[in-house]
Structure formats: C-alpha cells, structure tokens
Design a protein around this ligand. Structure first.
Ligand code: NAG
Ligand code: NAG
Ligand code: NAG
Length: 422
C-alpha cells in the first residue's frame, strides 16, 4: 500500500495542478434541477425542450432542423440553459453544435440533458462530411449528461468497411460524437451504441471529465474505438464500461495529463497509447495514468504502439492495479506497428518510449506471450519499471505456462516479483 501511495502522489500532483481546479469545482449535481455552483450563474436555469422546436421524436422523421434551432436558442441565451432531449427516439443527420456561445466568459453552463435516444441516419448520402456524425465545437462549460443514448446505427458502415469486405476500397466512416476545442467539458452517464466508426472523440479539448459512460458495439465491428483522445490535455475518465470492436481507449498525439480510473474493457483491443509516428510524424504523449482497469477477452491489455520512422515521445506512463481475464497480449509495447496493406520497411528513427511503470497487473493470458516489449533497436525503451506482475495461462495448469519476450528494453531497476520475466 505505502509503495502505491509513494508512486501515486507525485504524479497526481502533476496531473491535478491548477489546470484541473476549475473543472472540479462544479457543484455536485442531483436528480432533477442541477445545482448551480459558479458565482456567475446565480440565475435559474432556463429549460429549452427540443420538442418545442418541432422535433417529432418518432425515430423516423429527421429532427435535425429542430435540434439546430433549439441549439441556436440555447447557445445565444444569456442565462444558464438546459437543452432537454425527452425520452423519445430522435433521428439526426450529421450536424454540428457550434460555439462560441453567448456569455461563455461568465462560466455559464450549458447543459445538454439527454433522456431519450439520438439515432443516426443510416443513409450514407446524408454524410457530406464522411468523418463526423455529431460535432460539438468551441463550446466552453458544456455538460452533456443524462441516461440517454447516442446510437450511431453503424451496421451499414461496417458492411462497407474494407476491413470486413476485403474486396471493397478503404474509405472514411464517421465518428459518432466528436468534441472539438471544448474547454471545461463534462460528459456523464450516457450510453454510446453501435458507432459508425469511433464512438466518442475528444479533440483539442482542455479540462475534460468523462464519467459513468457505457460504450457498446459488437466485437466484429471495424474501427469502432470507444473513447479516442487526440491533442487533448487534462482529461479524466472514470467508471466507464467499454466493449467495442476496436480500442476501448486510444490516446494519440498531442495528448497529456490523462487519468483513467475504473475502466472495464472488453471485448475490444484494449487501452492503447498510439499509434504514434505514422508516416514519419513527430508525436508526443505524456502523463498517462491508468489505475484500476479490468480487461476481459480483449486482444490487448495495456498497449503502446508506434510505427517505425516516427519521432517524438511517449513518456511518463503508469499502468496500475489491473486485472486481465483471457487477454491475448496483456502487456505490450509494439514499436514495429504496421497497420497497412503493404509491409512496412525498416527505418532508423523511432518514437522514444520512456518512464513507463507497470505495477500490480494480474490475471490470465490467452496467448503464450503474456508480456511483449518489442522496443526499437535504435531507440530502446528507457526507464521501464515493472513490479508485482503475475500473468498465467488460462488454458489450465497442464499447459505450458506463459513467457515474456523483451527486446531493447532498459529497465530503471530490476523487475521485482514479475512473472513471466524477461
Ligand atoms: C463485398 O463487396 C462486393 C463488392 O461490392 C460485393 O459484391 C459482395 O457481395 C460483398 N461481400 C459481402 C460478404 O458482403
Ligand atoms: C458507474 O456508471 C454506471 C453507469 O454506467 C452507474 O450506474 C454507476 O452508478 C456508476 N458507479 C459509480 C460508483 O458512480
Ligand atoms: C492490485 O489491483 C487490484 C485490482 O485493481 C486491487 O484489487 C488490489 O487491491 C491491488 N493490490 C494492491 C496491493 O494495491
């Protein structure tokens, strides 16, 4: 225990420095009317209901216009606003909820409260922008919450994916819900279902909390990452249950100060940092902290993946208190990642991986190699720490047990209580 606290404290201090204080000062919110905590918002919340703007909520009629008008009203309000989506099924074509909103600078919260289901059009010709279904952009102090569901209705996109049908050309598919440049954002309680591609993406946001979310898609659905984090700082994910066809959480370039606690992952590809360094890019990810996660039946557990030929770094990374159930690659660093049709060739440069701690990781591996640290020959992994790791086979005790494969790894100190060992 004391060792754990020892580990946690310095990092927590880094992560929870001043930058987080604002987003954590939100009042506790209860059922019904939100409690107002900020000084500026002493006025009552105004309720705006999408039904009053003509939304039908029958799951068939296109309600995009009604949502757009309701959003414009909410965004131009001087007062704190709750934009209410009642417990019906609303069909939306791709649309953007854009800011900046009026009196953003007063810290007025705008709350999108979703009780029902928002379902995506499955007519591919509706998607002029092939990469997005719903986009929230440049909105400060936004909260998106409720017990409702974003349903990406993704089946048609999966069928047309080149990963499913190899005879089809590869083409873009939309991310279901994307937040771009939203600061002091909170996303809570919601369900994300069957996204066309990724379910939920945070892009260039600062100070984000995402909690109590559930993200679900079939195991075979292609590229349906749960939560994707790109160029985003100070983000806290907690109590999320993610089972999709791709990464439960993927963290890519420009992201730092990421804390993920109490994550349940599976099926899917695990929690990934990367891929980084694709097409010789310079990528940076730092201060990623995964504490208390359970992986079940996933292809990877905790993974760092980089392409050859990239540059930049992935550093200060902690994977703590993790349970693996039948995971194919429970612990993996892959600096030779190659996700393309033609083979990747040998290159000299690499993304530098350093200061990674693996601690208290236990459970079962469904493949022979439970620990695979495949680091770059030219830029070996530095300052790796591993202790209290115990991974065994899930094939019963008669089988040969698991092994570790480690290449070009420089440990900071000798791994302690680690099985299998390098
Ligand atoms: C794959 O795509 C081709 C070309 O559109 C189509 O003819 C074929 O039926 C598809 N296969 C499956 C299994 O959907
Ligand atoms: C975790 O999230 C679920 C919704 O996915 C919720 O029902 C549950 O109460 C949350 N647990 C905690 C401890 O907040
Ligand atoms: C190890 O991690 C598991 C799973 O999160 C947790 O229940 C347990 O208390 C941890 N052990 C220590 C010594 O922290």
């Amino acid at each position: 225990m004391s060792r754990k606290i020892h580990l946690l404290l310095p990092l927590l201090l880094v992560i929870f420095s001043a930058s987080f204080s604002l987003s954590f000062s939100h009042g506790v919110h209860r059922k019904g009317m939100p409690k107002i905590s900020s000084l500026a918002s002493s006025r009552p919340y105004k309720i705006i209901n999408v039904d009053d703007f003509g939304a039908k909520g029958d799951g068939k009629t296109d309600d995009s216009k009604a949502f757009k008008s309701a959003w414009n009203k909410a965004c131009s309000s001087e007062d704190p606003v709750v934009l209410l989506v009642p417990n019906n099924k609303y069909l939306l074509k791709p649309m953007r909820f854009s800011g900046p909103c009026k009196s953003d600078q007063l810290n007025n919260h705008r709350i999108l409260r979703i009780k029902g289901t928002i379902v995506a059009s499955d007519d591919r010709s509706d998607y002029k922008d092939r990469r997005h279904w719903l986009v929230f952009e440049e909105i400060d102090h936004l909260r998106v919450e409720g017990s409702g569901t974003f349903d990406g209705n993704g089946k048609i996109w999966w069928q047309k994916s080149c990963k499913i049908n190899k005879s089809l050309p590869c083409s873009a598919a939309p991310t279901a819900v994307t937040f771009i440049r939203c600061n002091h954002l909170r996303v809570a309680g919601l369900n994300f279902l069957n996204a066309q591609k990724m379910h939920l993406s945070f892009q260039k946001c600062v100070n984000v909390k995402a909690l109590n979310l559930k993200l679900t898609a079939p195991e075979h659905s292609p590229n349906t990452d749960g939560i994707h984090i790109t160029a985003t700082r100070n983000i806290r994910l907690s109590n999320c249950t993610i089972g999709t066809g791709d990464d439960c959480i993927s963290i890519v370039s420009g992201s730092k100060n990421i804390l993920a606690t109490d994550i349940t992952c599976g099926p899917g590809h695990g929690i990934s940092i990367g891929s980084l360094g694709a097409r010789n890019s310079e990528d940076h990810v730092s201060n990623v902290f995964v504490d208390r996660a359970t992986f079940t039946g996933t292809t990877n557990g905790v993974r760092i993946k980089t392409w050859q030929g990239g540059s930049g770094y992935a550093k200060v990374i902690r994977f703590l208190n993790i349970i693996m159930n039948r995971v194919k690659n429970p612990i993996i660093i892959d600096q030779d990642y190659c996700d393309q049709k033609k083979p990747c060739h040998e290159q000299k440069s690499a993304v530098q991986i350093s200061n990674v701690i693996y601690s208290n990781i236990t459970g079962t591996s469904s493949s022979k190699v439970a620990i695979k640290l495949d680091c770059s020959e030219n830029l070996p992994c530095q300052d790796i720490v591993m202790h209290d790791v115990n991974l065994v086979t899930n094939h019963g005790k008669d089988d040969d047990n698991v092994k570790a494969s480690c290449e070009n790894v420089h440990f900071k100190r000798t791994p302690r209580k680690v099985f299998p060992s390098c």
